[in-house]
Ligand binder design. Structure first.
Ligand SMILES: C=Cc1c2[nH]c(c1C)Cc1[nH]c(c(CCC(=O)O)c1C)Cc1[nH]c(c(C)c1CCC(=O)O)Cc1[nH]c(c(C)c1C=C)C2
Ligand SMILES: C[C@H]1O[C@@H](n2cnc3c(N)ncnc32)[C@H](O)[C@@H]1O
Ligand code: SF4
Length: 452
């Protein structure tokens, strides 16, 4: 296993989208095209419903491992103007759609959604729901910080329809916590998990990371043993993505040599996977484990699992609107990203402008490749048709896969591939074989994190 780990430990995308952001064709994108692609998808099937992602970018403290877009502040006066801007942006989209959309999925991410007071979160959600209708089956979720999530946060969001929450845990070891500037006692995680259950949340998730600075196998083991004691319904078991070159993400305070080697990292993953399986969790797909009772695992079994910018989700909608600074929207025919700076975001919205600054419209080849990458990520297999072969160079994809096949990670036929059990930890590498844009133009600077 070690040899394969070293062989396949290369920089690679996480495929929350295809094409990945660095490969968007910015020149042929315009706001006008974006709006018409949103409208086209919405009108194709208004009953399908839409997903909404809301980015809430503030945190009180900077965790130095974090790769998310956030702004560190203790000034809570920022809450109201930000929420007003998000509601205004939502109004701009509702005007474009011309009718109250059906909302199937709503996710609050960050940053730290629980930086905001329960009252302000209530204003936000009620404002969103006023211009939309909630679908019969719906999924509302948020990311909570165990250090500042209160019973009032959990109750308030429950009352407006939230049933799913995930908490950032990362690691329980104090040395690791000091290195990532995130002191977070087990008690805090236990409390918020228990409160969520008492209130009636049906899915509580914990995010755990391996590959953190100063973290060895024993730390991951200890973290998972503690986790077992409170048995969250879902566990995101992430590989630490070291991308200090991304502007403003704050990854600092430790040296590259403080990070576990790729061999240790792989051992942490293997051990974690073994332990989680013993504890009764199912491997759902890249990074995700769930109890068999959780709807993410049920979606995997039923073949309805989907992946978008929020990660894995049990529901697929073709239209996903991302609100807030830095959010990415997906209209199925295109992607668009909002400006990242909070002031610029608020200014543009107040002028009545949908605040996107870049995007990509998918051509036919992109659409076909995206479908197969999604199938690999969500179903671990995919099959293509003769018609698709007219548009996409599958022979070069098969060629890209030949080495992965020789290593026993995939099984291929002339028009299909299946990821083997041994190949599962390498889904990023397998997806890369389909990424024709990456093969045509290899990045000449560092962009992606390592795949292991
Ligand atoms: C809560 C924070 C977020 C996490 N993922 C996203 C957010 C807002 C969404 C997201 N993740 C990436 C992109 C860029 C689009 C793309 O390249 O497909 C978006 C919009 C990719 C990404 N995520 C992380 C990194 C370092 C990158 C870019 C480069 C790469 O692909 O390696 C780090 C990271 N962020 C989150 C997780 C769980 C994670 C690493 C495991 C959460
Ligand atoms: C939303 C979740 O994203 C994860 N997360 C944030 N930044 C990184 C990173 N650089 N590497 C891996 N996981 C990360 C954390 O586990 C957080 O809780
Ligand atoms: S991990 Fe969460 S709390 Fe920490 S900086 Fe990132 S978004 Fe903020």
């Amino acid at each position: 296993m070690c040899d394969l780990t070293q062989k396949y430990n290369v920089p690679g995308p996480r495929y929350t989208s295809y094409p990945t952001v660095p490969y968007w064709d910015l020149d042929s994108f315009s706001g006008k095209q974006w709006k018409s692609s949103v409208l086209k998808t919405f009108q194709e099937d208004p009953k399908e419903g839409i997903s909404i992602y809301i980015h809430l970018p503030f945190c009180e403290n900077m965790c130095t491992f974090c790769g998310c877009h956030k702004r560190i502040t203790k000034r809570h006066e920022v809450e109201r103007p930000y929420i007003n801007a998000v509601l205004k942006e939502w109004e701009l989209y509702c005007d474009l759609l011309g009718t109250r959309p059906l909302i199937k999925e709503l996710h609050l991410g960050g940053g730290t959604p629980t930086f905001f007071s329960p009252e302000n979160l209530k204003i936000l959600i009620e404002g969103i729901l006023r211009s939309g209708k909630v679908a019969e089956t719906y999924d509302f979720s948020f990311e909570g910080h165990p250090n500042n999530t209160t019973k009032a946060h959990l109750q308030t969001l429950y009352d407006v329809g939230f049933r799913k929450v995930s908490f950032g845990v990362q690691d329980y070891n104090l040395t690791v916590q000091r290195a990532i500037n995130r002191i977070q006692p087990f008690e805090n995680v236990k409390n918020v998990t228990e409160w969520a259950r008492e209130i009636g949340y049906t899915s509580v998730g914990h995010d755990i990371i391996y590959g953190l600075p100063f973290q060895d196998c024993a730390n991951v083991e200890e973290t998972l043993i503690k986790t077992k004691a409170i048995k969250p319904d879902r566990i995101a078991f992430y590989s630490y993505a070291h991308v200090p070159w991304l502007k403003g993400n704050g990854q600092r305070g430790y040296k590259d040599s403080d990070l576990p080697s790729s061999v240790v990292k792989k051992a942490q993953y293997e051990m974690g996977k073994r332990m989680l399986t013993e504890f009764g969790y199912k491997d759902v797909g890249m990074d995700h484990f769930a109890l068999p009772t959780d709807n993410l695992y049920k979606a995997l079994v039923q073949g309805t699992l989907h992946r978008n910018f929020m990660g894995y989700t049990p529901y697929k909608t073709n239209l996903m609107i991302g609100l807030g600074a830095s959010s990415i929207s997906d209209s199925w025919y295109g992607f668009a990203q909002n400006v990242k700076n909070v002031e610029e975001y608020e200014n543009l919205v107040s002028q009545g402008v949908i605040p996107i600054f870049r995007g990509h419209i998918l051509n036919l080849e992109d659409q076909i490749v995206r479908k197969h990458i999604l199938d690999i990520m969500c179903q671990f297999e995919t099959t293509w048709t003769n018609e698709e072969e007219q548009e996409v160079d599958f022979s070069s994809i098969l060629e890209n896969l030949s080495e992965l096949e020789a290593d026993g990670l995939v099984e291929t036929t002339s028009n299909s591939i299946k990821v083997t059990e041994k190949g599962r930890p390498f889904v990023r590498n397998i997806s890369m074989a389909f990424d024709l844009k990456l093969h045509r133009k290899k990045p000449n600077t560092r962009i992606f994190s390592m795949t292991v």
